[in-house]
Design a protein around this ligand. Structure first.
Ligand code: 5GP
Ligand code: ZN
Length: 113
C-alpha cells in the first residue's frame, strides 16, 4: 500500500521541505491550520504513535529535537507553539505514517477540538 509521506521522503511527491537529516524530514503542511504548520516525520515508516517500539526511543527524541529546531527557524520558539500527534481515527489521524504537527504563529486555544 502506498504512503504519501514515504513518497514525500523519497521525493516522488513534491513538498516544501524545510529540514532533513539522516533520520527525519520536516515539511510544510499542504493545508495549514496556523501561520506556521510543519510536519516532522521519521524516514522510517511507523504507522501510528501506538506502533512505536522500544528501539524507536532515540528516534522519537530526535523528532522532538527537530521540532524545536523548526520552531526556532520559523521564529515561534519564544512566542510558543503546539506539538500534536494524532493517533488513529477518533483523534483525526488521516495519514498513517507517524508525524508531529508543529503549529504556531497565532494564539492556540484549549481544550483542542
Ligand atoms: P493527520 O490528520 O494524519 O494528523 O495529519 C495529516 C496532515 O498531513 C494533514 O494536516 C494534511 O493537511 C497533511 N497532508 C496530507 N497530504 C499531504 C501532502 O501530500 N503534502 C503535505 N505537505 N501535507 C499533506
Ligand atoms: Zn510511510
Amino acid at each position: 500500500m502506498g504512503c504519501v509521506f514515504c513518497d514525500i521522503i523519497s521525493k516522488e511527491i513534491p513538498a516544501r521541505i524545510i529540514y532533513e537529516d539522516e533520520f527525519a524530514v520536516a515539511f510544510d503542511d499542504v493545508n495549514p491550520q496556523a501561520p506556521v504548520h510543519v510536519l516532522v516525520v521519521p524516514r522510517k515508516h511507523i504507522a501510528t504513535s501506538f506502533d512505536i517500539k522500544e528501539e524507536d526511543d532515540a528516534l522519537m527524541g530526535h523528532l522532538l529535537q527537530v521540532a524545536n529546531k523548526v520552531s526556532k527557524d520559523k521564529d515561534i520558539a519564544e512566542r510558543g507553539f503546539r506539538l500534536v500527534m494524532n493517533c488513529n481515527r477518533e483523534a483525526g489521524q488521516t495519514i498513517f505514517h507517524l508525524h508531529l504537527h508543529v503549529l504556531g504563529g497565532r494564539l492556540m486555544h484549549w481544550p483542542p477540538g
